[in-house]
Design a protein around this ligand. Structure first.
Ligand code: ADP
Length: 616
């Protein structure tokens, strides 16, 4: 998505903010507080609504209960008004007989109807006849004057408020008396008290037109003023004699109590209540229901903690999701970096492989060139040795040739003289000489041949030493050099005989060169067993002039020679070392006190223990 440039820093700042753990904790706290408050408000509102609805229902029930209780005897006064006994009484109020009859009748009806008292007064309120002996309430005259059909009045003796129903007795259109039916609301009130004690959830009270509580499920509130009464009103109420005891404390309820929603109020001993009222119009009474809000508040508190837990869960979920998103982003980034690194590595490997291949090819070419050069050099070196040997060879061959000629001429003369035996001896001598010459030429031929086999096969070490010495016999004889050779007869080593011979010729030749100006000229050849007889160490020592330290380090360098020009090529030791290496061994040089020691190791093919060492 494209973000306009000025918003980009703001968006980045927001993303950074969202990524901080502190912000998430703050968010979680905020959500908890929000969840707490919201759940508390909603739960309390709904609880209050439920309680209010329940309370309204109950209020209706109490109201109809009270109305039914009051209406139960509503017919009685008007019914009694047409009774002839009472009519007769008011016609002659002074007649004792009639009073007695009327009294007896009223007593009977009182018992049957279940009322408290029934009595008849004259127009001035003087009792003419009654169901029992009684004193009429002080409010009677006031009610008669106001022509009311009912009123409440307190009874000092019982301490209760009683309900009085009035009906005028008329004769010839004139009110001559009043029938009064009194009944007690104490049983109904008792059921309310009982109910209030039982549930402690709901309290009910009835206030009269003066807002004084005349019935209550809570005895402490009885005769209390619903709102507030100033001292003058309190005195007036006290003086009205409506109430059997002193006016109680102010309940301090608000003047307008809503019937449907309810008003939260607190009263002594009940701090959290929901107040609802209902008017009972014909009686001028107010029915007030007070429901306990404690349970609603407790539920609201529980819901609030639930809301806080919900808020915390959402906060933690957001924290989890955001850290998961962050981890995923990091993972993707790391994967991309890994892929990039992998691609780079592959590229590097490819380029290195190509370089290596190139180097390898170059090396192969170099090796091939080198092999070719070495081959050529080997051949050159052999030719050099051959050149060196040619002088000695011609001497070696000339001598027998001269002898052969002499013997042949001698034999002809002996034949002429018929000396057959002497001729036979001469022929034998000639044969020996030819054999010796053919031996020399055979060695030369094998030496000059360019060998293709490399270090394979097996060679008798003693044979090779002998052959090498034979090739150099002429020179060693000239120098009067002695060869001290101790090589086991049965020792065969892993080597190609011609090339091994070439190595030995080289070493012996160098030894003779080094010894030519020395007084003692002694060549020693020894063999030592190595690796439990698996390898043989061949040691060639001379009593020559040796080399300096500086030269010792350069002995195996190609073309290093101390010999005069034309005599040395400086290749002998290089080639020898290479040949030994091809046989799996190493050629080493060491200085002796007088002379040099060269040694090399070879794998043993067979080592016949029974074969003795042999001097040559
Ligand atoms: P070249 O014999 O043609 O000189 P080599 O490689 O055989 O080549 O020998 C190199 C040099 O090592 C010789 O010139 C000589 O100085 C020295 N050298 C070799 N063997 C001996 C030896 N046994 N005693 C003293 N010096 C030796």
């Amino acid at each position: 998505m494209l973000v306009p440039a000025p918003f980009r820093p703001r968006a980045m700042h927001l993303a950074r903010l969202l990524g901080r753990p502190g912000f998430h904790l703050f968010l979680t706290g905020l959500l908890m507080a929000l969840g707490f408050t919201l759940a508390h408000i909603l739960s309390e509102r709904s609880g209050r609504e439920q309680l209010s609805a329940l309370s309204t229902e109950r209020l209706e029930l109490y109201a109809s209960n009270l109305a039914a209780e009051l209406g139960r005897h509503a017919y009685l006064p008007s019914l009694l008004a047409i009774d002839p006994t009472l009519q007769a009484l008011v016609a002659a109020p002074g007649d004792t007989q009639r009073r007695l009859q009327a009294g007896q009748m009223l007593a009977r009806i009182n018992v049957r109807a279940g009322t408290h008292q029934i009595f008849v007064t004259d127009a001035q309120g003087q009792v003419l006849s009654a169901s029992e002996t009684l004193t009429p309430p002080a409010r009677l005259r006031e009610a008669m004057a106001q022509e009311r059909s009912q009123f409440f009045a307190a009874d000092d003796k019982t301490g209760s408020t009683d309900f009085y129903m009035l009906h005028p007795l008329r004769q010839q259109g004139r009110t001559v008396g009043v029938i009064v039916v009194r009944f007690n609301l104490a049983p109904l009130e008792a059921t309310w008290v009982d109910m209030g004690l039982r549930t402690q959830r709901e309290r009910i009270l009835v206030a009269d037109d003066q807002d004084v509580v005349i019935m209550s499920s809570e005895q402490a509130w009885k005769y209390a003023v619903l709102d507030r009464a100033d001292p003058s009103r309190r005195a007036a109420l006290q003086a009205s004699a409506r109430y059997p005891q002193d006016i109680g404390p102010d309940l301090d309820l608000p003047a307008t109590l809503q019937a449907h929603e309810g008003t939260p109020v607190s009263l002594p001993g009940a701090p959290a209540l929901l107040a609802q009222q209902r008017q009972i119009l014909p009686l001028g009474l107010r029915l007030v229901a007070l429901s306990d809000l404690g349970e609603v508040r407790r539920q609201a508190r529980l819901a609030a903690w639930g809301g806080a837990a919900g808020g915390a869960s959402i906060g933690l979920l957001v924290l989890y999701l955001s850290s998961r998103r962050r981890a995923l982003r990091q993972l993707t980034q790391t994967q991309a970096e890994l892929r990039q690194a992998h691609a780079q590595l592959e590229q590097l490997v490819d380029s290195r492989t190509a370089e290596l291949r190139q180097t390898n090819d170059a090396l192969k070419t170099q090796i091939a060139q080198r092999l070719q050069t070495e081959g050529e050099l080997l051949q050159t070196s052999k030719l050099a040795v051959l050149g060196q040997m040619s002088a000695g060879l011609s001497h070696e061959v000339n001598q027998p040739l001269t002898a052969l000629r002499a013997l042949a001429r001698n034999s002809i003369r002996l034949l002429e003289n018929g000396r057959q035996d002497a001729v036979a001896t001469n022929l034998q001598l000639m044969d020996d000489m030819v054999e010796r010459m053919s031996q020399i030429t055979r060695q030369l031929k094998s030496f000059a041949r360019k060998s293709d086999e490399r270090g394979v096969g097996s060679a008798s070490l003693l044979d090779c030493v002998r052959a090498a010495l034979l090739l150099l016999e002429h020179r060693s004889r000239l120098l009067h050099a002695t060869a001290d050779v101790e090589v086991p007869v049965g020792l065969r080593v892993r080597a190609e005989p011609n090339r091994l011979e070439q190595v030995l010729v080289n070493l012996f030749g160098n030894a003779l060169d080094a010894m030519q100006n020395e007084a003692e000229r002694r060549l020693v050849v020894r063999v030592l067993a190595q690796d439990g007889g698996q390898r043989a160490l061949v040691r060639v020592q001379d009593s020559g002039a040796g080399v300096s330290d500086a030269d010792l380090a350069r002995l195996f360098e190609p073309f290093f020679t101390t010999k005069p020009a034309g005599e040395g090529l400086g290749l002998g030791l290089v080639i020898s070392a290479k040949i030994v290496h091809e046989f799996g061994g190493t050629l080493r040089a060491e200085r002796l006190e007088h002379g040099m020691s060269f040694e090399f190791d070879l794998a043993v093919d067979t080592w016949d223990a029974t074969g003795d060492s042999q001097d040559v």
